[in-house]
Each structure stands twice: as structure tokens, then as C-alpha cells.
Design a protein around this ligand. Structure first.
Ligand code: UD1
Ligand code: UDP
Length: 354
């Protein structure tokens, strides 16, 4: 088949890599980058590190309001899909790039698969939750990470097209971890030792766009007194600049890092605190305790097994758990075994015969 694969934001570049490799033998892939993320450290560095081929198209959409960004992506994506006339489209995750591509593929009558289908936070104030619901309502194949996602889709009346394949982020991690171990010098560069620091990331709109929540989280991190490495998303950097906050030297805010450096920082951290979906899962795969700086999560499996704890944005809750949170010894496989991309490729190979 001729498949158009759509990416636009940081986690999508990482997720795309194992799937592109798995489908390359049997299919022609046209990679389309919407341009949602565009800073070198949010986009091109992942293509360079992971040797992802240059996208055939970059729609150059950039940042904007929910409507402007999504609408511009749809307009440009329509041109690409009409020109390429693919047999199939692949979208992943829950970003505005995912939504735009799903809407326009559906309207043009092109079937599409959704990777990471069925995840739900049940919080419709999140733009991502709206994206997930709409994309899943329209998708032709639903590739799920978790059993919870399968159940969510069943509850929405989506059944026959649902496949639990596991997490392509785990495939990516297993591929990249040995490379990260040899290539990344981030610990030496930052002058830190394994287990002697915590790692944090913050970028969810609910945290960055609410000055009280952002202040509360940063003040808590500040007060732990522990060395904390915080690679900062540009959205958070902009929000922080608007706050008048004096932060301790132990809280080390750095630019977003590449994937190899991020895996190295995760693997060697004593603790991870994050509001990222990808980082919550990676913390689990690496066996690192995780405090999630949100009031709910899509990744309930990591909470159920006791390795992830929801602490929200309350200073006190973060501080109470910072040194005391201790996961159990059991660490079962909950999101597949790192072969999701192969399973997806196998299912896609049968699509034309349906
Ligand atoms: C988006 C996704 C989110 C995902 C995240 C991954 C949506 C609705 N949200 O959130 O699900 O977890 O990507 O990181 O699609 N910016 C830059 N340079 C860049 C990119 C962004 O400066 O290269 C700044 C801009 O000020 C922009 C803001 O970050 O307005 C937010 O970017 P945007 O892509 O709209 O959303 P994310 O918060 O990155
Ligand atoms: N990541 C990275 N560098 C960073 C922060 C995150 O390489 O500075 C990686 C991280 O390891 C994971 C992915 O980006 O693979 C997660 O992306 P993000 O947190 O932006 O989005 P989410 O997963 O919440 O959608």
C-alpha cells in the first residue's frame, strides 16, 4: 500500500520510528510533518538522532490557537492527500496534528489507523481528550497500548477494529536505549551522578497556562532541596518568564534534550516527576518511581501496579510524596513487550484483503 504517515509533535517523531521500520518492507511510506513542533530541539534533533528520513512534506503550520492550528493543518493536509492519493493513513496519539489528519482523511474517504487509540483521561477540558474521542470515532483500525484502552473503545461502541498491540514507545525505547548508553554524555555534561538527582518535565496546558498551578509545582520542586533536572518545554519556558519566581540553584532548568539524553536522564534518575504521557510510561519501562503532576492520567495501569502516583499540582502533596513514595517489587509487563510495531505492520499487511 501507499501509506501517508503523519507526525507533528515531539512524541510522534519518536513513535514513528519503529513503525516506519516495521512497514518499510511491505509498503511505501510518505512521511508528512505538520510543523506543529518546529524548534530544532523539539523536532529536527529527533530526526537527526534516530536517522528518521526527512519528511516528504512539511506543512509548516507552527503554533496557533486550537482552531487556527488545526484548520491550517487540515487545509494543507488536504492538498497532500489529494496529490498523493494514498491507500491508507496512519496517525498517532492525541495532538492537533492527529486530529487534523484524521478529519481530512475521513472526509476524503481514505481509511486510517490510529496508534495509541482508546486512551482516555475522562477530562474534556484537555484538548487532547477531545482529539482522542473524535479520532477514535472516525478511525478504521484502532491500535491500543492497554487493555483499559480496549475497554474504553468497547464502551464507546467501537469493537471490530480494535487490536491491543502494546506501546510503540516501548519499541522505540528498547531500540534506542543501547545507543543512548554509548552515545549520551549528558550526566557528565551536567556534572551529576546516577541516583543522585530527580528528573522533572512539565508541559500540559492545565499546568502551564494556570499561573497558580505552575507556581505551586515549581515551588514544590524548589523546596525539595534535591538536585532536579528540568528540561523545559518552550511552552513552559514562556509561562515561567511571565511569573516572578526566584528558584533555588538545585532546580536546574535546561533546554529540551534529545531522545538519547532523555533516556539517559530517565534511566539514572532516583525519581521522575512529570505531566507527560510518554515520560510516565518511560519511567515505568525503566523501573523508576514516578510522581504524576496531574489530577488524572490516561496511563492508569502504571498507577494500578503502584509505580506511578498522581500528586496533582498541590505543593504539599508533591512534597509529602517526594522522598517517601516507594513502588512495590513487582514490575509486570502491562503495555506489551516491545513488539507493537511488528504487530501493527502484520495487521496492516492484511488491510487490502478485508
Ligand atoms: C502538544 C500536544 C500535546 C503533547 C505535546 C508534546 C496538542 C493539543 N497538544 O502540546 O498533547 O503532549 O505537544 O510535546 O496538540 N512552541 C515553541 N516551539 C515549538 C513548539 C511549541 O516555542 O517547536 C511553543 C509555542 O509557544 C506554542 C506552545 O509551545 O504555542 C505550545 O505548542 P503546541 O504544539 O500548541 O502544544 P504543546 O503544548 O507542545
Ligand atoms: N523527551 C525528550 N526530550 C525532552 C523531553 C521529552 O526526548 O526534553 C521525550 C520523552 O523521552 C518521550 C517524549 O519526548 O519519549 C514525550 O514527549 P512529551 O512529553 O513532549 O509529550 P507527551 O508524551 O506528553 O505527549
Amino acid at each position: 500500500m501507499k501509506i501517508v504517515s503523519v507526525v507533528g509533535a515531539r512524541p510522534e517523531f519518536i513513535q514513528a520510528m519503529p513503525v516506519s521500520r516495521a512497514i518499510s518492507d511491505s509498503h511505501q511510506e510518505i512521511l508528512v510533518h505538520t510543523g506543529q513542533h518546529y524548534d530544532y530541539k523539539m523536532s529536527q534533533q529527533f530526526f537527526d538522532e534516530l536517522e528518521i528520513p526527512t519528511p516528504h512534506y512539511n506543512l509548516g503550520v507552527g503554533s496557533g490557537s486550537q482552531a487556527r492550528q488545526t484548520a491550517e493543518m487540515m487545509v494543507n493536509m488536504e492538498d497532500v492527500l489529494l496529490k498523493e492519493s494514498p491507500d491508507y493513513v496512519i496517525v498517532r496519539g492525541d495532538t492537533n496534528s492527529t486530529l487534523a489528519a484524521a478529519l481530512i482523511a475521513s472526509k476524503l474517504g481514505i481509511p486510517f489507523a490510529h496508534i495509541e487509540a482508546g486512551e482516555r483521561s475522562f477530562n474534556r477540558r484537555m484538548p487532547e481528550e477531545i482529539n482522542r474521542i473524535v479520532v477514535d470515532a472516525l478511525a478504521d483500525r484502532h491500535f491500543c497500548v492497554s487493555h483499559a484502552a480496549v475497554r474504553n473503545l468497547h464502551a464507546e461502541g467501537i469493537r471490530d477494529s480494535v487490536f491491543q498491540v502494546g506501546d510503540v514507545m516501548l519499541d522505540a525505547l528498547l531500540f534506542a536505549r543501547p545507543l543512548a548508553r554509548t552515545k549520551s554524555a549528558v550526566l557528565a555534561r551536567l556534572g551529576i551522578q546516577p541516583q543522585k538527582y530527580a528528573l522533572a518535565t512539565i508541559h500540559r496546558a492545565a499546568n502551564t497556562d494556570d499561573p497558580l498551578r505552575l507556581k505551586s509545582i515549581l515551588s514544590a520542586l524548589d523546596q525539595t532541596g534535591e538536585t532536579i533536572i528540568l528540561p523545559m518545554h518552550p511552552r513552559t519556558r514562556k509561562a515561567l518568564e511571565a511569573l516572578d519566581l526566584q528558584l533555588a540553584d538545585s532546580l536546574r532548568i535546561i533546554d529540551p534534550v534529545g531522545y538519547f539524553d532523555m533516556l539517559t536522564l530517565e534511566e539514572n534518575a532516583r525519581l521522575i516527576a512529570t505531566d507527560s504521557g510518554g515520560v510516565q510510561r518511560e519511567a515505568y519501562y525503566m523501573g523508576i518511581p514516578c510522581l504524576t503532576l496531574r489530577d488524572e492520567t490516561e496511563w492508569v495501569g502504571t498507577v494500578d501496579v503502584g509505580w506511578n502516583k498522581l500528586v496533582g499540582a498541590e505543593q504539599q502533596a508533591i512534597l509529602e510524596n517526594w522522598f517517601s513514595f516507594s513502588p512495590p517489587a513487582e514490575h509486570p509487563f502491562i503495555y506489551g513487550d516491545g513488539t507493537a510495531a511488528q504487530l501493527i505492520a502484520g495487521i496492516l499487511n492484511n488491510v487490502p484483503n478485508d
